[in-house]
Design a protein around this ligand. Structure first.
Ligand SMILES: C[S@@+](CC[C@H](N)C(=O)[O-])C[C@H]1O[C@@H](n2cnc3c(N)ncnc32)[C@H](O)[C@@H]1O
Length: 284
């Protein structure tokens, strides 16, 4: 029997992950090996023909076993990247998605163009805190508030706030209810998946909290009261709200926004994949 090398180990893990139905099995296998052995990509390349470190093999096996159950990589490693920074994640929070970074980009552009030096910003349904913390770090003069109904999610958001040395206030509660005063900017990535689509979610997505995903029968159970709250707490001039939406219900969200904010400029924004992903509500 030839001795096992890092290369042959990666190949055997790839086969196991592929058999579990994981699409990018080879990428995940290399990632899990690097993660278990504490290697960079360059370390891994340099040791492909060497024997793997025997004292780390049990740890690697536990990571691979978790991944074969379709647990998301980010929960296994406890980290997810969002807007250039690493965030702590666990099964109590949604894994922040690249398409949500668009909300951060929109807010930065709006605040710059409107010339607001010290914006008062609220992030509703903050989860891991990815949006709120990114904004607090990108806009150090801003006053950032964040809410979530899940205390377990807020624990993670607080860990991220501390780890990234951000300054913001967090509140447990329903949508905007814990907040007072008016805001220059309100953002949210609420739960918006149609309840009927929940049973057929990708295996990895179904491991994320249903409280973070399920938007009710028409996907708008949270969006409706969220819009009502925004209508009462968004300043009537030089202000903006950006809410992430589910592309299939974009027309319904657009109509709801037009009805709820008759004086505002309303637009649907597409993400980098060309999908309608965000509604913007802006007051001049
Ligand atoms: C789709 S996740 C978004 C997390 C994070 N903002 C992000 O983009 O990665 C939705 C979040 O909304 C929270 N949530 C659900 N219903 C809520 C409500 N009525 N009020 C406040 N937060 C709520 C969930 O706990 C979850 O953390």
């Amino acid at each position: 029997m030839p001795e096992e090398t890092v290369s042959s180990l990666i190949q055997s893990i790839t086969v196991r992950l592929g058999a579990a139905g994981i699409e990018d099995a080879g990428i995940d296998a290399r990632f899990l090996v690097r993660s278990a052995f504490g290697w960079s990509a360059a370390d891994q390349l340099g040791q492909l023909l060497d024997q793997p470190p025997s004292d780390q093999l049990d740890h690697l096996e536990s990571l691979v076993a978790r991944r074969t159950t379709r647990e998301p990589l980010q929960y296994i490693t406890g980290r997810a990247e969002f807007y250039r920074r690493q965030f702590i994640v666990n099964e109590n929070v949604l894994i922040p998605r690249p398409e949500t970074e668009q909300i951060v980009v929109q807010v930065l552009a709006f605040v710059r163009e409107a010339g607001i030096d010290n914006p008062r910003i609220a992030d509703i349904c903050t989860g891991s805190g990815a949006i709120a913390i990114s904004l607090a770090l990108e806009l150090p003069a801003a006053e950032v508030h964040a809410t979530d109904i899940s205390s377990a999610a807020l624990t993670v958001a607080q860990q991220n706030t501390d780890a990234l040395a951000a300054e913001l206030d967090m509140y447990e509660g329903n949508l905007l209810e814990p907040l007072t005063g008016e805001f220059d900017v309100i953002v949210s990535n609420p739960p918006y998946i149609l309840s009927g689509a929940m049973p057929s979610l990708q295996a990895e997505v179904s491991r994320e909290p249903s409280l973070a995903l399920d938007g009710g029968n028409d996907g708008l159970d949270v969006v409706r009261p969220l819009f009502e709250g925004i209508a009462t707490m968004l300043k009537p001039t030089r202000s903006a709200a950006y809410v992430e939406i589910d592309p299939p219900v974009a027309d319904d969200v657009l109509q709801l926004a037009l009805d709820t904010f008759p004086q505002a400029g309303i637009a649907l924004l597409t993400d980098l994949d060309g999908l309608t992903r965000c509604v913007s509500i802006e007051y001049a």
